[in-house]
Design a binder for this molecule. Structure first.
Ligand code: PEP
Length: 644
């Protein structure tokens, strides 16, 4: 009861932590890829505070802003869809460790007013940012150590589609927003913003209030000209150039054409800049500019249009339009009105953003669910057809004592198990595989009709000068009938190759031992989606030279190495998926009958509380049990999982 409760608590907390971290990363990534220039301006503030010799439009700052946004968006999605979970969690840990340390420094030293983690979308104080980062860091550490995994939104097989789409989307959106303007406007200077109303105290609260920072003055006299511009009921063009030195002059011909057009149509056209008189005359020399100039605040100019130069259109004290220098209005259409220059979109920027990201994402998830649903349907039919076959297949619970228990302890354990099973008969075959030295003694204290006996290994040689080895014939002579071969611990620590195992299997079968043959992938292989390939190679390497008659004496044990002795069990679905694959592989090689008859056991942290769910799967015929086989109560609990 207590373990079940703690399982639910962990499941809840894991889901919550995963949603929190992925949600924050997605939001923060979106803000940056939608408005990368905003992030460049933030990074520039850091560069100034750290006295780094970087210009405000430096390529390094642009690369930094783009990489940050893309990395956050991709990590957020990876966590949400559980793509490469170990890599993702480690990358998140690294990311948040660096940024938490950075924000701790910002909190103490205050080099910038706000750290800019959510761009202009949500402004947090440095203290709030530090608290937010600590919470995220704790959530990520919890996700790394949590015994449960968050629920997948999309199957492992199809998650790559979401991953590729996220990469393409985030890179394309970043490049688009750099080239044109942010797809969502986070600054107060949105098209439609009423600057005059802000000055009159009628703009409402929040963002709009900040419009009072709009300020234009005469560069020579310093005279405030803000109201002159805001009071004008017609159209006024402002060419916003925060810094003439770093401004892109590649579009100067089009700007001059626009200025000529405005002169011809009696429309005011000004350049608003924060540069000094030298910078202004330098701009005139470079571009042949003949338009009048007003002075404006650097930070406000950067907020007005995310482009240097950019174009802002004021009308009746409001922001009527804005353009990047890469997308200046077309003057070629004869008779076109200014209103026709405005970009026309039928959906809001947020709508477009959702349309291009959330909708495809939902489509992927839906298609994936339908695909899975189809598979479940086929599986359902399969279950109906083969349930009967499962009932006929041998159900086995086998214990693997490994290198535990001395002789006396081992004999006592075997006796106790024998008594328990005599009193309460099992519904399946029970086998215990013990160290070699226990075999003969254990054989004497168990009822062979109730409990099968097996070794944990045997030699790959028949007999002779192989000091320390125990042959298959010797195993058989103790009264044992089974032998475990190919256990991952022997593959890893004693370098047992598929060829050595093939020899062992042949010798075991020649000596009339039933072989419990173990296969399974390590964590890296599963994370790389290679588990099927690995397991198939293990089967091919050691068993595929057998005849169908010989194969009838093989019991397979699928033991994902990442689940052995770790407390992390494969889910019943993961076990079933792999067991079905193994059975299909056996069918291809040895035929449908052999595949239907072979018992496939699951091994890896199998316990009384999870055995029933795992054994309920149609292709799971029992378990190979390590740790839990060393206590009669636990082992019997697993054996009893076969009872109704
Ligand atoms: C094993 O080693 O075969 C095994 C399944 O171990 P455990 O049950 O302890 O994970």
């Amino acid at each position: 009861m207590k373990t079940k409760l703690s399982k639910y608590v962990h499941q809840f907390l894991t889901g919550l932590a995963s949603l929190l971290v992925s949600g924050v990363f997605l939001f923060s990534g979106f803000v940056k890829v939608a408005d990368p220039m905003g992030m460049v301006h933030k990074l520039y503030a850091y560069a100034v505070a750290l006295e780094l010799p970087l210009a405000d439009d430096s390529l390094w700052l642009k690369l930094g802003a783009a990489s940050l946004g893309i990395a956050e968006l991709v990590l957020g999605i990876y966590l949400l869809v559980q793509m490469h979970p170990r890599f993702t969690k480690m990358a998140l840990l690294l990311f948040m460790s660096v940024f938490t340390a950075l924000t701790a420094w910002i909190y103490v030293a205050s080099p910038v007013a706000d750290c800019g983690c959510f761009g202009e979308a949500v402004i947090l104080t440095n203290g709030e940012t530090l608290v937010k980062n600590i919470i995220l860091l704790v959530a990520i550490i919890y996700l790394i150590y949590s015994p449960t995994h968050p629920r997948r939104l999309i199957s492992q097989r199809n998650a790559w589609l979401v991953s590729i789409y996220t990469w393409i989307y985030s890179i394309a959106l970043t490049l688009y927003s750099f080239h044109y303007l942010p797809i969502i406007e986070f600054t107060p200077y949105k098209v439609g913003a009423d600057i005059r109303a802000a000055f009159e105290g009628k703009a409402g609260e929040g963002e709009a209030e900040k419009l009072v920072n709009f300020y234009l003055s005469d560069p020579q006299t310093g005279e405030d000209r803000t109201f002159e511009f805001l009071a004008d009921t017609g159209y006024t063009f402002l060419l916003t150039v925060p810094h003439t030195q770093t401004a892109d002059d590649g579009c100067c011909d089009r700007i001059n054409d626009l200025h000529d057009y405005c002169t011809e149509h009696r429309l005011p056209f000004y350049m608003a800049t924060a540069s000094d008189s030298a910078g202004i005359s330098d701009w005139g020399d470079r571009t042949g500019a003949a338009y009048p100039v007003v002075y404006a605040e650097n930070t406000e100019l950067k907020a007005m249009v995310r482009s240097n130069p950019g174009l802002l259109l004021l009308h009746n004290g409001k922001v009527a339009g804005k353009w990047s220098n890469n997308d200046l209005p077309e003057l070629d259409t004869p008779g076109a009105r200014i209103e026709d220059w405005m970009p026309h979109h039928h959906t809001s920027p947020l709508g477009r953003l959702l349309l291009w990201f959330v909708v495809p994402l939902l489509c992927f998830i839906l298609a994936d669910s339908l695909w899975i649903g189809h598979k479940f349907y086929r599986h359902h039919i399969y279950i109906k057809r083969f349930k009967l076959k499962k009932i006929m297949r041998k159900k086995i619970v086998a214990g693997n004592w490994k290198m535990n228990k001395n002789l006396q302890e081992g004999v006592a354990l075997a006796k106790e198990l024998n008594e328990a099973l005599t009193a309460d008969k099992p519904n399946c075959d029970v086998v215990i595989c013990t160290p070699f030295i226990h075999l003969a003694s254990v054989a004497n204290v168990i009822d062979s009709n109730l409990i099968g006996l097996g070794a944990e290994n045997c030699a790959d040689k028949v007999s002779g000068a192989y000091t320390g080895e125990v042959s298959a014939e010797m195993v058989k002579s103790t009264g044992a009938n089974y032998v475990i071969l190919g256990h991952s611990e022997r593959r890893a620590y004693y370098h047992e190759t598929p060829e050595i195992l093939k020899e062992k299997v042949n010798l075991a079968l020649e000596n009339n031992l039933e072989v419990i043959f173990c296969i399974g992938e390590v964590l890296e292989e599963r994370e790389a989606g290679k588990q099927n390939e690995v397991v198939k190679a293990q089967l091919e390497g050691s068993l595929f030279d057998l005849t169908a008659e010989q194969f009838a004496h093989i019991v397979l044990a699928y033991e994902p190495v990442w689940a052995i002795g770790t407390g992390k069990t494969a889910t019943a679905e993961q076990a079933e998926e792999m067991h079905a694959f193994i059975r299909a592989t056996i069918a291809e090689k040895f035929g449908a009958e052999a595949a239907e008859n072979v018992s496939i056991l699951y091994g890896g942290s199998c316990k009384p509380n999870n055995a029933k769910e795992i054994f309920s799967k149609v292709n799971v015929d029992g378990g190979l049990i390590g740790g839990a086989a060393l206590k009669v109560a636990d082992f019997k609990g697993i054996i009893d999982a076969w009872k109704a």
